[in-house]
Design a protein. Structure first.
Length: 273
């Protein structure tokens, strides 16, 4: 697929997806969604990719749905996602609960880090919330946005936001659709860290590099799946599943390699399956 609304880059195991409609502040369109899912599906199956970074081109992360698309919904009298029927399915097949728009992030094999370089509104905020980690520039605007357009909370934001920041704070943001800054998002625990614009990507890439170098690939994948699967089950099931995975994973060569590296105080040389 030829990408027009996003850009991709892969360097030393770190893949970057850049939302690339800077003239529209990276507003989301059906084409962008189609390309984003396609890129994720490719990167998810690429054994050389250890971590995926998502950011925006220019001074915006993603300001939400393109206004032209919103006008199109109004003219048609119904919602039109603008995507083809044969969308790529990154992360599908891990759990039924993950086989849906944006929830598919939970089924990806690689951690996703959102580098929020500018405003994140509506579906842009959704995308950031479904990432595993979020780093942002201070003073940029966030909003759920849906209330002003007589829309529901989009793409499962009503499920994920309370789990990230708690019900009381999530209710404030979801019911009011008010604008809040990344500084407040950090205080709420929605953002992992605030960084100056000229330091954001360097920090994110170093964090990603540490994940790739210091954490076994299988551990990254299984821990990510545990986190989101355990949100859907009881504690006893979580413990039993962890016990089962422990028995399996200590038989992998990376267990011995990790132990040797720790004892000899040297970097681990991970086997990538």
């Amino acid at each position: 697929m030829e990408y027009k609304a996003i850009k991709t880059d892969l360097q030393d195991g770190i893949a970057t997806i850049t939302l690339s409609r800077p003239h529209r502040m990276n507003a989301w369109t059906g084409r962008m969604h189609t390309e984003y899912r396609h890129a994720l599906s490719i990167l998810n199956e690429d054994a050389s990719v250890r971590v995926i970074v998502v950011t925006g081109e220019g001074k915006s992360f993603c300001v939400g749905a393109d206004t032209a698309a919103l006008e199109g919904h109004s003219e048609k009298g119904q919602y039109d996602p603008g995507t083809p029927a044969d969308l790529a399915e990154p992360g599908f097949g891990v759990r039924d609960e993950f086989d849906a728009n944006f929830a598919y992030h939970f089924g990806l094999k690689k951690p996703v880090i959102a580098a929020i370089n500018g405003p994140a509104a509506g579906v842009g905020l959704v995308l950031a919330c479904f990432a595993d980690l979020r780093f942002a520039v201070p003073g940029v605007k966030f909003t759920t946005a849906h209330g002003r357009f007589n829309m529901p909370a989009e793409y499962g934001l009503s499920w994920v936001l309370p789990r990230l920041i708690g019900l009381t704070r999530a209710n404030d943001l979801l019911l009011s659709s008010r604008v809040f800054l990344s500084d407040e998002a950090y205080d709420m625990g929605l953002v992992n860290k605030l960084l100056p614009a000229d330091e954001l990507l360097n920090h994110v890439y170093q964090y990603a590099r540490d994940l790739a170098d210091k954490v076994a690939p299988g551990s990254l994948q299984e821990t990510k799946w545990q986190i989101y699967s355990d949100l859907h089950q009881d504690v006893g099931s979580a413990v039993r599943h962890a016990d089962q995975k422990l028995d399996e994973m200590v038989q992998h060569p990376n267990y011995k390699e990790g132990l040797k590296a720790y004892l000899k105080k040297r970097p681990a040389h991970w086997q990538i399956d």
